[in-house]
Design a protein around this ligand. Structure first.
Ligand code: ATR
Length: 291
């Protein structure tokens, strides 16, 4: 940090709130490792200021940005170009500066993909259940379809949201059957699902003692439960999966790899799994989880 000079490149995170972000830790460790002359800083952007923030960042020669809640979809109109995946998902979390403006990527999806590989979880040909119907569910569902899931059940409290996700996915991926099911009717899913993603906010903060489905019968069917939440480190959903004999994972590796992939895109480097795991351990310590 003391070495900032005239050649230092600026990267950052735009969102609201941003105070609790772990992203600077990821990017600072990577820049130290590679000896890159850059800084990564959080930028709190108030509602209504997003357009000015994006054009202002470009004018200030900021080389790249991450975008977080609540701006991942709102940012799209202010970009020069977006990748096919980011377009399908309707959300962008990484911007790369080009001559004319910023290009938008979705490294949340790519990060989840790399996290699954790192944990030895493969989706191709599998039946998957996704709990939730918001942006995270949508991103997870598109990733699963892209990775060759044969059957996706979308489970959500509100049917309209998952109906539209299902039809959009089936328009893009003809070999993937996507079935929306209302959350309370989870019993309608008769087949065993090897893999379930938990994408709702239930399990976070004041909701940490809850899971979107609390009935034990649901968990009998699950072999692997993947919660996108990472704080708490073990959610109620994960405990229920394990109590029923399944294996559970949290979202910390997804967070890690979305950052790593952004860094790789910005700096044209490849981050090894060994270095990734070093950063992972540091993130775990920052969350006060030393297991
Ligand atoms: P994100 O974009 O991060 O996925 P979101 O759009 O707010 O966040 O979506 C949150 C998801 O959690 C939604 O699917 C929401 O269900 P609805 O679509 O029915 O609103 C789900 N969710 C939040 N609180 C819930 C609760 N108490 N019970 C069931 N589902 C809940």
């Amino acid at each position: 940090m003391n070495n900032i000079n005239g050649k230092t490149n600026i990267y950052g995170l735009i969102g609201n709130p941003v105070e609790h972000t772990l992203s600077p830790m990821i990017h600072n460790m990577l820049s130290q490792h590679f000896g890159h002359n850059l800084v990564y800083v959080p930028f709190l952007v108030e509602e209504g200021d997003l357009e000015q923030a994006i054009y202002g960042a470009k004018a200030l020669n900021i080389k790249g940005l991450n975008i977080t809640v609540p701006y991942k979809s709102q940012v799209i109109p202010y970009l020069e170009k977006t990748t096919t995946l980011a377009n399908q998902v309707g959300a962008v979390n990484t911007l790369i500066a080009t001559k004319r403006g910023f290009e938008g990527y979705n490294t949340d999806c790519l990060g989840l993909k790399r996290a699954l590989v790192s944990d030895g979880i493969y989706i191709e040909g599998k039946t998957v259940i996704i709990i939730g119907g918001g942006g995270a569910a949508r991103a997870t569902a598109f990733l699963c379809a892209q990775e060759g899931a044969s059957h996706i059940y979308l489970l959500n409290r509100t049917l309209e949201k998952i109906n539209s996700i299902a039809s959009e996915i089936m328009d893009c991926y003809k070999d993937c059957l996507v079935e929306p099911v209302i959350l309370v009717n989870f019993d309608d899913i008769s087949e065993d699902a090897p893999l379930v993603f938990q994408t709702t906010s239930i399990g976070l903060g004041s909701n940490s003692h809850h899971a979107p489905i609390e009935e034990k019968e649901f968990y009998q069917k699950i072999k692997i439960g993947y919660d996108l939440i990472y704080d708490p480190f073990k959610t109620k959903f994960m405990s229920l999966v394990e109590e029923a004999g399944g294996k559970s994972y949290n979202g910390l590796k997804m967070l890690l790899y979305q950052g790593i992939i952004a860094y790789e895109l910005w700096n044209n480097v490849t981050v090894t799994e060994e270095l990734s795991m070093k950063i992972y351990e540091k993130l775990k310590r920052a969350l006060n989880h030393n297991e």
